[in-house]
Design a protein around this ligand. Structure first.
Ligand SMILES: Nc1ncnc2c1ncn2[C@@H]1O[C@H](COP(=O)(O)OP(=O)(O)OP(=O)(O)O)[C@@H](O)[C@H]1O
Ligand SMILES: [Mg+2]
Length: 359
């Protein structure tokens, strides 16, 4: 297996500048996840890694080999797509063996590798079936098997689970991570599902409009988003935002809007401390408590969704839409106005979207 080092990658399709100086480091054995909204360039970056598209400039290294200008077959990379791309007229066994036969691998070696991969993936009983007689999850396993028998240096996944139903997706997600660990593989995985991203990744790369806005361990990026975009993209339900202005009273700082005043810890946000500065306050739905009496922000509740283990109250705070996760036993019903305390706030520059937290 090998590390991946991408430097200053640019890619244009005609007038569209799809990747704008992307740099990505994936250490040997690491699981990297690229996330971002539709059209931000995730698949393009993956296709550049695989050699299916050519970079305008920049470089791609696999281990200590510069592969930027190499043909796909010379890169030693295996790719798993959303559409499984199985050969319909070949059995599972022959689908697994196909690439190896093309490479003139000796038959005994092919048999051994197919056996190994099918054991790993639980495909043994399915080896003589054709793809049409497999479920979506089984087809995806065969697609992964084809990548495994290659013994490639790097595995690329482009939204491999998006055709599966929710339950199967959760199952195969765990299988993929187990497989990665077992093979000691290096993987780059594309998704726009932030739950997949959070759970699979050693390191997450958040792409926006062809730029890596932030990268790091998922929980770190979640806890300390550097931009409002990253903050809004990770987390479900999404972070709440409302606009406010900074105000100081008696040596304390507040983000204020109308009768709403949220105290800001000056040590956390040195960049925000200027009276009248326009800021965007961000609050995650789970970082909210019901407050007693007249303390806290006024939350007008329009609807309560009870999911059993938790409830989500949807309404408004300071005129902006707001969602709070509540204990299902909380005495809150639609039409109520309650007070909430915000356990943790994020602050962003309203104009640039940059976090005002100390770097
Ligand atoms: N071969 C191509 N020719 C022209 N434009 C392209 C080509 N491939 C991709 N694009 C454009 O590049 C941009 C990025 O596409 P890409 O497929 O990388 O997005 P993505 O992040 O994978 O999105 P999704 O989540 O929808 O799969 C899009 O605007 C797309 O229309
Ligand atoms: Mg894509």
């Amino acid at each position: 297996m090998a590390s991946v080092k991408v430097r200053g990658l640019n890619k244009r399709f005609g007038q569209t500048h799809v990747l704008r100086g992307v740099s990505v480091d994936v250490p040997d054995g690491s699981f990297a996840v690229l996330v971002g909204p539709s059209g931000c360039g995730k698949s393009t970056l993956l296709r550049l890694l695989a050699g299916l598209e050519e970079a305008d400039d920049g470089s791609i290294a696999l281990g200590d080999r510069d592969v930027t200008r190499l043909e796909p077959r010379d890169r030693d990379i295996a790719m798993v797509f959303q559409s499984y791309a199985l050969y319909p007229h070949l059995t599972v066994r022959d689908n697994l063996a196909f690439g190896l036969k093309l490479r003139k691998t000796p038959p005994a070696e092919i048999e051994a590798r197919v056996k190994e991969a099918s054991e790993m993936l639980g495909l043994g009983p399915l080896l003589d079936r054709f793809p049409r007689a497999l479920s979506g999850g089984q087809r995806q396993r065969v697609a992964m098997g084809r990548a495994i028998v290659r013994r490639a240096q790097l595995f690329l996944f482009d939204e491999p689970l998006s055709n599966l139903d929710a339950a199967l997706r959760a199952q195969v997600r765990v299988d993929i991570r187990k497989l990665h660990d077992r093979l000691g593989a290096t993987s780059v995985y594309v998704t726009h599902d932030q739950v997949e991203a959070m759970t699979l990744a050693d390191e997450i790369f958040v792409l926006n409009k062809g730029v890596v806005e932030q990268s790091g361990p998922p929980l770190e990026v979640f806890a300390r988003p550097r931009t409002q975009f990253v903050a809004s993209f990770l987390g479900s339900p999404a972070m709440n935002f409302f606009e406010a202005r900074m105000e100081s009273r008696d040596g304390r700082w507040f983000a204020s809007q109308g009768d709403l005043a949220i105290e800001i810890d000056a040590a956390d946000f040195p960049g925000a401390l200027s009276s009248g500065r326009r800021v965007t306050v961000g609050v995650r739905p789970h970082e909210v408590d019901l407050a007693s009496g007249d303390e806290g922000a006024r939350f007008q509740v329009a609807i309560v969704e009870a999911l059993g283990a938790e409830s989500y109250a949807h309404g408004t705070v300071g005129g902006a839409p707001f969602v709070a996760r509540l204990d299902p036993a909380a005495p809150v019903a639609k039409g109520d106005t309650v007070r909430i305390a915000l356990q943790k706030v994020h602050l962003f520059d309203t104009d640039t979207g940059l976090s005002l937290r100390e770097a």
